[in-house]
Design a protein around this ligand. Structure first.
Ligand code: SF4
Length: 217
């Protein structure tokens, strides 16, 4: 994709949804860290179902420690990999209490010290809470970046580095939301819905699905 095409890609997605948000529910930075840590290989809808009751009573790392690992597991047992996620959430809460005064740090380096927090999670927190122009490459962004030709790469890190260079203002801060939503609802993994994609003319994917399968619109 050319520079102009990338600009036009985001301009069109922004037109429909000028202020995109993550679909995860949270009330503060700490709850966002927990929600993103729980969302690995799980859907946002599934995470929200579990965290609604949890976040009603747990708003700080200390409250999570008070709840304890077994108490946490009870809340999140519907989420995949809940045993290891519970361990990580308790360990990261302990570290936040011990070394950060219970506050969530605002640098990637510090965030990535937290157990269970990788580069993608750190980027989501930096973007969604601290308003930084980070590119959290999840499965949707990885797919959309490669298919469209906006940022081809074999690994999320390679894609992230290209997005860093290529995504223009004024779209940098919200670009990852638009790409996630586009990947989740239009440029789907199995069958991309190119027949109703508003950026199809800008996309260089060679196997576009330009006719809706029977029964779909
Ligand atoms: S045209 Fe198809 S492959 Fe390209 S971005 Fe749209 S849905 Fe995805």
């Amino acid at each position: 994709m050319t520079k102009d095409q990338i600009f036009e890609f985001f301009r069109r997605l922004a037109e429909d949804n000028p202020a995109p948000q993550t679909e995860l529910e949270y009330g503060n930075a700490y709850q966002l860290v927990v929600a993103v840590a729980l969302s690995a290989q799980a859907t946002d809808v599934g995470v929200n179902k579990a965290t609604r009751a949890l976040f009603a009573k747990v708003k700080t790392p200390q409250q999570m420690l008070d709840l304890g690992e077994d108490g946490l597991k009870e809340h999140i047992k519907t989420i995949g990999l809940f045993n290891s996620k519970a361990k990580n959430v308790i360990a990261l809460s302990q570290l936040l209490v011990d070394e950060y005064g219970g506050e969530v740090p605002d640098t990637r380096e510090d965030l990535m010290r937290l157990p269970g927090v990788g580069r993608k999670t750190a980027n989501v927190v930096l973007n969604c809470w601290f308003g930084q122009e980070t590119f959290a490459v999840d499965t949707h962004i990885f797919r959309v970046s490669n298919r469209t030709g906006m940022a081809k790469g074999k690994t999320p890190d390679q894609v992230e580095a290209k997005l860093e260079k290529r995504v223009p203002q004024p779209f940098r801060r919200d670009s990852h939301h638009w790409m996630i939503l586009h990947g989740r609802y239009v440029c789907k993994a199995r069958t991309p819905e190119c027949w109703r994609c508003k950026v199809a003319d800008l996309c260089s994917f060679r196997k576009k699905v330009l006719e809706a399968p029977k029964g779909r619109t």
